[in-house]
Ligand binder design. Structure first.
Ligand code: COI
Length: 331
């Protein structure tokens, strides 16, 4: 068996090399992303592993079929950039890594929130300039707040535990109810109810498809004055311009955005000293009440190792047994 792994960053490479040695399976590491040109490198390999944020182009899968490769294994969880139709047409199975570290993302959600609640963005900027005044950076206490968790999959459940540990009242919403959360009686019946009752709304949902936002002008009007939005899910869950307006007007106290609807091509690129073309993003970065980070919530040693190795394990299962626990139902 010979595998090829695309879009590999330097921080992933040691885990892939270690897996390859331990399993005695050749893995060709390719730093370039998977596209209709680089797929040529996959000729003579048995399976393709990849991670990227850019959409996977359909032509890749025609080529895979031509090379007799019928499994694509992703190193991440999100499949919103994969054209399922092109995979089905070419008889290609897809796997992801659904649980590389739910706690990495859940812990980041509360980290971002604490940075906002304790005005740390503004405080750090002040101290950098040797301004040691306290005001106006007075904090708020999480233990006095109601946190609404939207999405109670693995990450939402991990977030609930952490927020409860801080003493917050937690409520939750999900179309698919989880028995553990149900047992704790945390569910409200509708997303509207969650938005209405929460001081903090934290999003742990997958993309609902372009245009299907959860946070927008209409839903923000429903929220408490001075509420906070935290998003470590997908950027397109939020109409960002509406959110930015609501923070500027004071309707919302602030926001923590680890994902952004126009992040592809910007996040995880070094633009030190360059002006950004994206004026909305620049404005939010300037605002001390909006904590922007570059889709980094997942980025821990534990998560990166699991993404690198579980994707390869799934590939081996697929190639040896024709199935794996992480196979995605393409519909
Ligand atoms: C995913 O796993 O889909 C994520 O959103 C994290 C990604 C940046 C590796």
């Amino acid at each position: 068996m010979k595998l090829i792994d695309y879009g590999v960053r330097d921080d992933e490479r040691p885990y892939i090399e270690e897996w390859s040695k331990k399993n005695n399976i050749e893995v060709k590491i390719v730093p370039e992303l998977l596209n209709p040109e680089t797929i040529e490198l996959a000729k003579d390999y048995d399976g393709v592993v990849a991670y990227q944020q850019l959409p996977y182009e359909s032509a890749i899968f025609d080529k895979m079929n031509e090379f007799g490769i019928h499994v694509l294994s992703l190193r991440n969880v999100g499949v919103d950039n994969v054209p399922f139709d092109a995979l089905k047409k070419n008889d290609i199975r897809l796997t992801n890594v659904p649980s590389y570290s739910p706690t990495a993302i859940a812990e980041y959600s509360v980290t971002g929130l604490m940075i906002l609640l304790r005005s740390m963005k503004s405080m750090i900027r002040k101290v950098d300039k040797h301004n040691f005044m306290w005001a106006p950076d007075i904090g708020r206490e999480l233990n006095e707040m109601t946190v609404g968790v939207a999405g109670t999959g693995r990450i939402g459940q991990a977030a609930i535990k952490i927020y409860q540990g801080f003493g917050a009242k937690v409520i939750a919403f999900d179309k698919y109810r989880n028995p553990n959360i149900e047992k704790q009686d945390l569910y409200v019946d509708t997303l509207d109810e969650l938005l209405k009752e929460s001081d903090v709304v934290t999003l742990h949902l997958p993309s609902l498809g372009a245009g299907n936002t959860v946070i927008n002008k209409g839903s923000i009007a429903n929220m408490k004055d001075g509420a906070i939005v935290v998003n470590t899910g997908r950027g397109d869950l939020i109409n960002t311009a509406d959110l930015n307006d609501a923070v500027k007007s004071g309707k919302l106290l602030g926001a923590v955005l680890d994902v952004y609807e126009n992040e592809v091509g910007i996040f995880n690129s070094d633009r030190t000293g360059q002006e950004l073309d994206d004026k909305l993003l620049s404005e939010m970065i300037e605002n001390p009440k909006i904590i922007v980070s570059p889709h980094i919530a997942f980025y821990t040693t534990t998560a990166v190792k699991n993404m690198a190795t579980i994707s390869l394990d799934s590939m081996v299962d697929e190639l040896n047994n024709g199935k794996s626990d992480n196979e995605i139902d393409l519909g």
